[in-house]
Ligand binder design. Structure first.
Ligand code: RI2
Length: 306
């Protein structure tokens, strides 16, 4: 396999969602750049920089919403080497550091977030988020008796992955269709979801359906928390940049559209939950109100006005 084929293969898997989840696509991209840096036959530092730039670009274009991807790529590509050997070493170091930080963050989010869960609580989660599941599994492992209601998360049914994971942990679980969220909300003590992007003002961008769950939780006075590593916060939003919402193929929603001549299927993959509906964001550096997102970006992502 040529070095670039490995990058193209990882990119195809991210695009098709064989590799999915904001955290997992970020670590997969970091690992892909690391392996690529060791495999390319660059003759000079300029060659190396050019090839790394191409690979980073390909990975960056796979999915447009999750900022974890661009943050991970930026962290890996932040090398300022004088020669080829040190450039390679820096990329490997950066990538491995990112992957390690990401794993540790999940553990810490679990510890911090699980403190919000009381014994006997019923939780609701949407889609499949490793960060949200870390909160849930840590609460379970600490001996709290919990029940989880999981949505299917149409159209890709990531909820089925979630119930599989909950089942393997031995957690009492109920599966509902997405539109049943309001019907069960009065039984729910706490909603916990992951994040694809958190903006400078604490707005959450997450799997389609999250916003109406947040709205239902707000109306039912049910707590709504987000579990997210700090690399899910978007530095670009400080500059006023809007988050691009990925629109995926119609075929994910309706297999055969050809028999309808006046119908267009829309398939936005994410939606936007305003910060007013979020009680807390659990990150690896602490549980913060959404309004503190700006500080997280300034302090954790080394963001500088350019
Ligand atoms: P973790 C997923 O996106 C979901 O929206 C999920 O809430 C979010 O990433 C975060 O997941 P998709 O790839 O990083 O399924 O917490 O579109 O695993």
């Amino acid at each position: 396999m040529k070095p670039m084929d490995q990058v193209l293969d990882t990119s195809a898997k991210i695009r098709s969602m064989e590799i999915r989840g904001a955290g997992r696509i970020a670590t997969a991209a970091a690992a892909s750049l690391r392996d690529f840096s060791g495999a390319i036959q660059a003759q000079s530092l300029d060659d190396f920089n050019r090839e790394m730039g191409k690979a980073a670009d390909i990975l960056l274009k796979t999915r447009p919403t999750a900022v974890s991807l661009s943050n991970a790529i930026r962290m890996v590509m932040k090398y300022n080497a004088q020669d080829l050997l040190s450039a390679r070493q820096a990329v490997v170091l950066n990538a491995n550091r990112f992957i390690e930080i990401s794993e540790k963050a999940l553990e810490r989010i679990g510890q911090i977030g699980s403190r919000r869960i009381r014994d006997g609580a019923t939780l609701l989660t949407h889609c499949n988020s490793l960060a949200a599941l870390s909160v849930i599994s840590t609460a379970h492992k600490s001996g709290k008796k919990i029940k989880v209601i999981a949505t299917e998360s149409r159209p890709r049914y990531q909820g089925i992955t979630t119930i599989g994971m909950l089942d393997r942990m031995g957690i009492e679980t109920e599966l509902i269709v997405d539109s049943a969220a309001r019907s069960v909300m009065n039984e729910v003590d706490l909603v916990v979801v992951g994040a694809d992007v958190i903006t400078a003002n604490g707005t959450l961008v997450n799997k389609i359906g999250t916003a109406q769950i947040a709205l239902a939780a707000h109306e039912a006075r049910t707590s709504f928390i987000v579990a997210a590593e700090t690399y899910k916060f978007s530095p670009q939003t400080i500059l006023g940049e809007l988050v691009t919402i990925e629109e995926r193929e119609a075929g994910e929603v309706l297999a055969d559209i050809s028999k309808y001549s006046h119908v267009r299927v829309r398939n936005p993959a994410f939606d936007v939950t305003p910060h007013q509906y979020i009680d807390l964001i659990c990150t690896e550096v602490g549980a913060i109100p959404p309004e503190m997102s700006y500080q997280i970006i300034r302090e954790r992502l080394g963001w500088e006005m350019e």
